[in-house]
Design a protein around this ligand. Sequence first.
Ligand SMILES: [Mn+2]
Length: 364
Amino acid sequence: MLRQVDELMPIGEFSERSGLSPKRLRSYAAGGLLVPAAVDSVSGYRYYSPGQLRDAQLIDALREAGMPLADIRALLRDPSNEQLDAWARRVEIDAAQRHKALDLARQMLAIGTTSFPAVDNDRSRKESTMTKLRTVSRTDIGRVRDNNEDAVVSSDHLAAVADGMGGHPGGEVASAVAIALLQAAFTGRSLDELQAAVRAANRAIWDRAGGSAELEGMGTTICAAGLIENGSLVVVNVGDSRAYVLHNGLLTQLTHDHSVTAEAVRRGEMSEQEALDHPHHSVLTRALGVAADVELDSAAHLAVEGDRLLICTDGLVNEVSSDEIASLMAVTEDIQATADGLVELALSRGGRDNVSVVVAEICA
Ligand SMILES: [Mn+2]
């Protein structure tokens, strides 16, 4: 009988037998999906076992189905038909949302880039018993820029900003598409729904950017806070737009910026001030519209009645410190006055970028 150790295959042989390229096998190994069964401690050569052939082909089939690596990892821990059914349902929901997104994109193309159809997403929230958001928003072109590439949405369950990039008209289109899709696809049901809405927005922007020379390279940040049916406050962000909560006079940032300098600050390689002054301060590590899929930061928080939220673009935080934001939010009773005060302060400091804020209060 052949001993297991004799059946071990080097990557070349495993590649031939599985039909997967060595490059792909190495990426699955790096991603923790298919780790070689053995490694030679002297030469460093990797070896696979025959038992891994089925896993390799399963992983590849799931990749072909468009399943993200993180989901494949979860499925491999508990491979079952139920898991596949759950994935199939997500694909269906995703496809439905994508169709909705494409319909909306079609309407937008018909209308032009400056005006967008109002969306009625026929929500069925039980109005009397649920917490709601009281929201106001303000967006300003600032003192230097020629156009406003920021977009905002504020409703009784959604507060979001998007900061477009890619020049005129791309930046404006990207942020407007993101906000319109969010408004269309997020009804206040769940964090999953908000994530799916942001993913749909990413794909809509990505698809549209690829189909037009004028829009090529467009992208946008997104920072969205939503109130959902179980009473939680859910937050999803990509890029360097931010969400803050003011609770008992204390301001807490709920999001991490996805920029090269913010990541350097988190690694302890740079101070906040050095980051602000750094020439790469505006270089993002993640944005909507730059790839077919996007990694989201998501979190659910307790929605506390009376707490105030601020969702804003970098045009505010590059001009106004978080201490100043906290004091202004704490002293202004009226949320419209808060929004106006924050924008005016950014403008008085130079208004070097578009500046947008949504201020919200959590109400019974
Ligand atoms: Mn900006």
